[in-house]
Design a protein. Structure first.
Length: 255
């Protein structure tokens, strides 16, 4: 049963596996703790691997905006969007994934894959996000780091045209853009894996399929194990928030 689920979500963790398989596991009297033991005995527990590649250049001439979402917990979809860029290629074949994620539902609402860090990729992602809007009358705050891509005239013009307020991190603390960082990590660790030697057309297809599975199938702990698309279709559920070890404010981290 686990192998069948991992055929589409190769690195999905044990808690989410238990949630998806709970009814079937109860029939054979397997609880969560036993599932952990079974996976451990069969060397099927997921060991997270961290990769780090700098994609942010905040030393530029463009205006940097204030953080407008500090301490704010979103209560409905399309209230706060978070954006980030992550590295998905290798030295011989550099590729970058630009994402726009809804902070409430954790749904990826816009993305683009390119072989450059220029503003085009981020601009394509936010354009796709604005075209996919469901609640067109909701005022949105767009939050990102202070990278050149997001501060550029081209990107700011798209936000202004779409009547979206701009918010940015004011320090180098990763918790200031925790949701975006976490979603990047999920796609890289659970879906893309070591497929960083693909050519750009194949990488685009892999990421397209991964985002579809992420939005439609993968449950999220902070959303009470609902999928991003299920969360995005309602606004009654209050999302889980967490306190970081070094902060007194609520941080939206685990998804």
């Amino acid at each position: 049963m686990v192998q069948e689920l991992r055929s589409t979500m190769p690195k999905i963790g044990t808690r989410k596996l238990y949630y998806l398989l709970e009814d079937k596991l109860k029939e054979i009297k397997v609880g969560r703790d036993m599932l952990f033991r079974i996976l451990k005995a069969n060397h099927m527990l997921i060991k997270p691997k961290r990769q780090y590649h700098i994609t942010t250049n905040s030393h530029h001439r463009f205006r940097k905006h204030k953080n407008l979402i500090g301490g704010i917990v979103p209560i409905k979809p399309e209230q706060i969007w978070v954006s980030d860029i992550t590295y998905v290629g290798n030295r011989k074949n550099p590729m970058y994934l630009a994402l726009v994620t809804d902070a409430y539902s954790k749904k990826i609402v816009g993305y683009d894959v390119s072989n450059s860090l220029c503003v085009t990729g981020s601009a394509n992602a936010i354009r796709r996000a604005t075209k996919s809007r469901v609640y067109k009358n909701n005022p949105i705050v767009h939050h990102s780091d202070r990278g050149l891509q997001y501060c550029s005239d081209q990107y700011q013009a798209i936000l202004k045209k779409s009547k979206i307020k701009c918010s940015m991190t004011e320090s180098y603390d990763p918790y200031e853009n925790a949701v975006a960082e976490r979603v990047n990590g999920i796609l890289k660790s659970e879906f893309i894996g070591h497929n960083n030697n693909l050519k750009l057309p194949l990488m685009k297809k892999l990421i397209q399929d991964s985002i579809q599975i992420y939005n439609d199938i993968r449950p999220h702990y902070s959303c009470y194990y609902k999928t991003p698309n299920q969360m995005h279709k309602q606004k009654e559920i209050k999302i889980r928030t967490y306190k970081s070890k070094n902060h007194s404010k609520n941080i939206l981290t685990v998804v």
